[in-house]
Write a protein that binds this ligand. Structure first.
Ligand SMILES: [Zn+2]
Length: 136
C-alpha cells in the first residue's frame, strides 16, 4: 500500500495523511514536547516504523531508557535512516531522517550506551509501533 513516490509527495498530500503533530515533526522538523509520547513507555518487543511511510526504522531490542522524555535507541536498522548536519539554533547537531520518505525523526548524539555509543533521540510522533505477534 506504500507507493514509491513518497519522496515526491507534496505538503498538501502529507497534511491529509498525517496528524498535525506528525506533520509538524516529520515535514517541518518539529520537536514534540518531552514526555508526551506514549512510545516512551513502550516496552514490548516489536518494530518501530516511520509514521510517514511505514518503513521499519528501529527494533525494540535497541531501545533504551535515556531519561530525556523522548524514545531513544542506540542503533537503527540497516539503511533505514540517513543523517544530515543541522546548524540551527547555533548548535551543530546531526539530524536523523527516514531514508525512504525523508521525514524528520530527531537527532543522534554521541552519548549513548554500548555497543554503539550513540543515542538516537526520536520524536514519538514520527514513529508508529507494531508489537510482535505473541507466539501461540
Ligand atoms: Zn518514512
Amino acid at each position: 500500500m506504500v507507493d514509491d513516490d513518497v519522496k515526491h509527495k507534496t505538503d498538501e498530500i502529507w497534511r491529509e495523511t498525517l496528524t498535525p503533530e506528525q506533520f509538524h515533526v516529520l515535514r517541518e522538523h518539529g520537536t514534540e514536547r518531552p514526555g508526551t509520547s506514549p512510545l516512551n513507555a513502550e516496552k514490548r518487543s516489536g518494530m518501530f516504523r516511520c509514521a510517514g511511510c511505514g518503513q521499519e526504522l528501529f527494533s525494540s531490542e535497541t531501545k533504551f531508557e535515556s531519561g530525556t522524555g523522548w524514545p531513544s535507541f542506540f542503533q537503527p536498522l540497516e539503511r533505514a535512516v540517513e543523517t544530515t548536519v543541522d546548524r540551527k539554533f547555533g548548535m551543530t547537531r546531526t539530524e536523523v531522517h527516514c531514508a525512504r520518505c525523508g521525514g524528520h525523526l530527531g537527532h543522534v548524539f554521541p552519548d549513548g550506551p554500548r555497543p554503539t555509543g550513540l543515542r538516537y533521540c526520536m520524536n514519538g510522533a514520527a514513529l508508529g509501533f507494531a508489537p510482535e505477534e505473541p507466539e501461540e
